[in-house]
Design a protein around this ligand. Structure first.
Ligand SMILES: Nc1nc2c(ncn2[C@@H]2O[C@H](COP(=O)(O)OP(=O)(O)OP(=O)(O)O)[C@@H](O)[C@H]2O)c(=O)[nH]1
Ligand SMILES: [Zn+2]
Length: 292
């Protein structure tokens, strides 16, 4: 039995990456009866039928599942922003951080691109709260080839997904790291009843140095529909030491009295900017729920 990683699915064929190359496999019939949905990123065991084709016998346990796009075993998300053009808006970074924390991605790396355009003093001031929380931040320029080796090292032997606003340079960064990567550009979105839905299925791109990147960006910043207002606190990681000691156990740290989170903001243990972002997102969730 051989093992490999699912790179992509096409009709009912799966492209499995193993050390020597790629094998095209079908799923053993019994999986179909169980309606087991195999995802890109899944690790599988398979038998060879001939030199190039095989049959999947076993799906190994998943470490994680990212829903949008559907990818199993994602190790890390690279939240990509630009220092300028477009300007770095902390609230937008906070929104992406909430989505990353919600997705329970093990590693979150904040990558600030276009560093050559930055007002460095202002940038450090903007990033200060995120350093204090403990987020790992790297500063790069795809254009000027700054910090690219560090970014490359972070991608080694991991399954990574890039996420971030449009125009920050996600595709340019990946092309700089590995020219010739076949990135999906211009993802087509269609409106269906339940909201935005991308019609493409994600694919894993193997990197020459080891590791994979997902060819489509992860979650967009507009998807808070599935987050409950009472859960939002979990995604602001620096609230954790305080949030269970509020007077009321239903406290959502807004207008309630004797709130430990608000006290921590007053004591400057939690950044005001981050707390404001929390309130902003909380109120957005509340207003959407009322609308239905
Ligand atoms: N000045 C500067 N411009 C850059 C840098 N990296 C990328 N750009 C430019 O930023 C623009 C957007 O880059 P893309 O790679 O298309 O951005 P993206 O994040 O993939 O954008 P979407 O496909 O819309 O999600 C392009 O004009 C790039 O040439 C950089 O380090 N410095
Ligand atoms: Zn509270």
């Amino acid at each position: 039995m051989l093992t490999g990683v699912v790179l992509k699915a096409f009709n009912s064929f799966y492209y499995i990456k193993q050390e020597q190359g790629v094998t095209v496999c079908k799923l053993r019939g019994r999986f179909k009866q169980e309606r087991y949905s195999l995802a890109v990123g899944d690790r599988v065991e398979y038998d060879l039928l001939d030199d190039e084709t095989g049959i999947i016998e076993k799906i190994l346990p998943r470490q994680s599942v990212l829903k949008r796009p559907l990818v199993a075993n994602v190790d890390q998300v690279i939240l990509t922003f630009a220092a300028a053009s477009p300007n770095l808006h902390p609230l937008l970074l906070d929104r992406f951080l909430v989505l990353a924390e919600y997705s329970k991605l093990k590693n979150i790396l904040i990558c600030i691109n276009k560093i050559e355009l930055a007002d460095l003093v202002l940038l450090e001031k903007t990033l200060q709260p995120y350093y204090e929380i403990g987020y790992k931040i790297i500063k790069v320029s795809a254009k000027e080839n700054i910090g690219m080796l560090e970014l490359k090292n972070h991608l080694k032997d991991k399954i990574s997904v890039f996420a971030g606003p449009s125009g920050v340079g996600k595709s340019t960064l990946l092309n700089a790291i590995e020219p010739g990567l076949n990135l999906a550009t211009g993802v087509i979105s269609t409106k269906i009843k339940r909201g935005k839905h991308t019609t493409r299925v994600a694919e894993l791109l193997p990197l020459a140095q080891g590791g994979f990147v997902v060819d489509t960006p992860g979650f967009s910043s507009t998807e808070f529909d599935y987050i409950q207002k009472t859960d939002l606190e979990d995604y602001f990681v620096e609230f954790r030491p305080y949030m269970d000691t509020c007077k009321y156990n239903t406290c959502i740290h807004d207008v309630e009295p004797a709130c430990s989170v608000k006290q921590a903001v007053l004591d400057k243990k939690i950044s005001q900017v981050r707390y404001d972002a929390y309130l902003n997102i909380l109120h957005e969730i509340q207003s959407k729920k009322k609308g239905f």
